[in-house]
Design a protein around this ligand. Structure first.
Ligand code: SAM
Ligand code: SF4
Length: 490
């Protein structure tokens, strides 16, 4: 398999082994059964200092049995989210560009041997058209570009697609629609290929390990496929760092194996990135397996995670990797998202996950072109209105990547809570832009109320490291955005 560059995995192994020691994880979970409440409260206190937890500490949280103690964990998780990210929620949408795939993952509608899927690789004109809808009609500023693993959708294709997306400028109500940040969820690549997508202006590179359990990984990714190589995938983000992409995202597909094991795997992943590069994952994702066309595996997922356990695992991840953003997706139903949003930092909205689905004439959900079935198909406007009614400001800020607040810089800002403040100002400005250009009347009304509250907060309780000049500049930018200028941020 020439895709895999063996030496780009082997240089990370220690005594021939990767950093997921299955037996150690099982042992930690066993040893930490029935943790006492005092120990759990000490762990909560450490997480509140925005310190990555030790594996034994995460194991202890995962083994809590007492419902009242779980309530304390949920409250701490929400507190950490607010401490690091304030009341902001970032939104984005996926752009599915290609569903041809050389792999045969048991759980995925796009798997090679699934005849029920119409295969398509969007050409650059079609990518442009999809982007015009996303940026010009729906008002998104961030995308996650998604594709299967196939020679037709390799690094050159992804890089050119990204350039195409960034080139789209749509005239909208009072300003312009454009995508300012393209994140990518694609197959693991070599360092050489990663440099190509870095040069095209990638935001975050996201690769989910699916499962950290070696034997389960081998079962769901048939031998002989590229994806069956556990190590090639496990070190995909290490290679990204080597290539200079210092903004990376981890995830596990929940339902393949025991959720407690997967949370431990994600923690070990974050810790290994921190150890080697001084930077952990920017975001953590926790997709749950959803039904997919002609994919019986999904209807009988061996370790389906209940809502109760899913909420618990989100909280434990929040505490274990406290600086990381956490993404909840439209795979989930609106009611459940409402329940966990206090612990999360990002969500998608108005998502379509069929290739060409934004421009196509498809119904809302069309099984034969999409990877799986969504739980929340509401529009971005509806989602923003709901978030605002719950007290959250939707941020369209993309400044982090464009002004160099990534990697080590951002880690320090996040751990000290200062990123939250820069981002607060940018959230106000970018949300105002969105209200001007895209909001319905109802959403605008409630959105303006949130903005007024936010401005009052920063001007009345000026944080120590905000200079008066900075605040004055923010107010000036805000006035200028209201009178039609765009893309003003810190
Ligand atoms: N093909 C690339 C890969 O596998 O890494 C990237 C794109 S893949 C379409 C994106 C992610 O979708 C996978 O990493 C997997 O976690 C998730 N996924 C696949 N099948 C799913 C299903 N039935 N339900 C929910 N998520 C699924
Ligand atoms: Fe292909 Fe990714 Fe689906 Fe696996 S999860 S079949 S690699 S698109």
């Amino acid at each position: 398999m020439e895709t895999i560059k063996r030496e780009e995995v082997e240089r990370y192994l220690e005594r021939g082994r990767d950093f997921i020691d299955d037996a150690l994880i099982e042992r930690l979970l066993e040893e930490n059964k029935q943790p006492d409440a005092r120990a759990v409260r000490e762990i909560i206190a450490r997480a509140l200092e925005i310190k990555t937890l030790e594996p034994a500490q995460t194991a202890a949280l995962l083994q809590v049995q007492d419902d009242a103690l779980w309530e304390e964990i949920f409250q701490a998780a929400a507190k950490i989210k607010t401490k690091v990210y304030d009341n902001r929620v970032v939104t984005f949408a996926p752009l599915y560009a290609a569903n041809k795939c050389v792999n045969n993952c048991s759980y995925c509608g796009f798997r090679r041997e699934n005849p029920a899927i119409q295969r398509r690789v969007l050409d650059f004109d079609a990518i442009r058209e999809e982007t015009r809808v996303l940026a010009g009609k729906l008002g998104h500023k961030r995308l996650i570009f998604v594709c299967g693993e196939h020679p037709e959708s390799g690094a050159d294709y992804i890089a050119e697609s990204m350039r195409t997306i960034y080139s789209v400028k749509e005239k909208v109500r009072n300003g312009r629609g454009e995508i300012r940040r393209v994140n990518v969820n694609a197959a693991p690549m070599s360092v050489g290929d990663l440099i190509k997508i870095k040069d095209a202006g990638i935001g975050t590179f996201q690769v989910f390990q699916e499962t950290y359990h070696h034997a389960t990984y081998a079962r769901v990714h048939p031998a002989g496929t590229v994806k069956s190589d556990f190590g090639w995938r496990l070190y995909a983000l290490h290679r990204a760092m080597e290539a200079g992409i210092d903004d990376v995202a981890i995830g596990a597909l929940f339902g393949l194996y025991d959720w407690k094991f997967e949370v431990m795997g994600m923690l070990f992943h974050a810790r290994d990135l921190e150890k080697r590069f001084g930077i952990g994952p920017h975001t953590v994702s926790m997709p749950r397996i959803e039904p997919a066309a002609n994919t019986p595996f999904c209807d009988h997922a061996p370790h389906r995670v209940s809502d109760r356990d899913f909420k618990r695992l989100i909280a434990v991840l929040r505490l274990s990797i406290p600086y990381a953003g956490m993404i909840i997706t439209c795979r989930e139903r609106p009611g459940f998202i409402r329940d966990v949003i206090p612990m999360c930092t990002q969500r998608d909205a108005s998502s379509r996950i069929g290739v060409g689905a934004y421009t196509g004439q498809q119904q809302e959900q069309q099984q034969d072109i999409q990877q799986f079935i969504l739980g929340d198909t509401r529009s971005l406007d509806e989602v923003i209105r709901e978030l605002a009614s719950l007290g959250y400001i939707t941020s369209f800020c993309t400044a982090g990547y464009r002004c160099g607040r990534t990697g080590k810089n951002i880690m320090t800002l996040l751990r000290t809570g200062k990123e939250g403040c820069f981002c607060k100002l940018n959230a106000i400005l970018t949300f105002q832009e969105w209200l001007e250009d895209f909001a319905s009347r109802e959403t605008r009304e409630i959105g303006e109320r949130i903005i007024a509250q936010e401005i009052a907060q920063v001007t009345e309780r000026v944080p120590a490291y905000f200079t008066p000049e900075l605040l004055e500049k923010m107010l000036e930018f805000h006035r200028r955005i209201k009178s039609g200028e765009r893309d003003l941020c810190f």
